[in-house]
Write a protein that binds this ligand. Sequence first.
Ligand SMILES: [Mg+2]
Length: 237
Amino acid sequence: MIDAIGFDCDDTLWHSEAAFHLTQERVRELLAAHTDAETLDRRLLEVERANLALYGYGAKAFTLSLIETAAELAGDRLTAADVQSLLDAGKEILAHPVDLLPGARAALQHAVDTGLPVLLVTKGDLFHQEAKVARSGLGELVSAVEVIHEKDESTYARVLRRNGIDPARFLMVGNSMRSDVAPVLSLGGWAAHVPHDLLWELERLDDESHLRASPRFRAMSSLAELAPWIAELRTAP
Ligand SMILES: [Mg+2]
């Protein structure tokens, strides 16, 4: 039933959101003189949402949105030192070491051992994502690394076409129902959802019941459940 397997990276194979959370906590303290935490969080999310089409995803986009939000909330009281602190906070996310999630390497290795092509499919800043793939040491295991600007139906379709994969015979594994499950199921493929404790607000879907009801969907509590499902799909008539 499947000819290829795709893995999301951020918060599927390695921690990502945690670094953003930590930074945002620090920024709340940095800007405490200018704004309360609740206002900062709410406004930052709105600014990030508005900037998505301009900046895309990732730490650099986050940093620019942080500065924009701080400038808006603090006005002329925002100092050059404040801006420097925000830039430093953003750089820390970019320099953050890659911390693999439990079972990530084993799950990926198992998928590779099936002999099927395995792809890493990750969205965000090209430079940062490539650096993380390199630091993870997982890039050399897989057939292809696809860094894309958005995880929607048309982008997945393009990636699969480029790799000669029939969407109906593609299995995607990831932590986001919106980015890793919905578009792949729409294309007729298969999807496994392995949630992470932290989910970015803009990854949230209002209603995922139709996705969860699909016979091509499997909810998993950890990556350890992936190998048995791959075996099932490979032996199915
Ligand atoms: Mg992810």
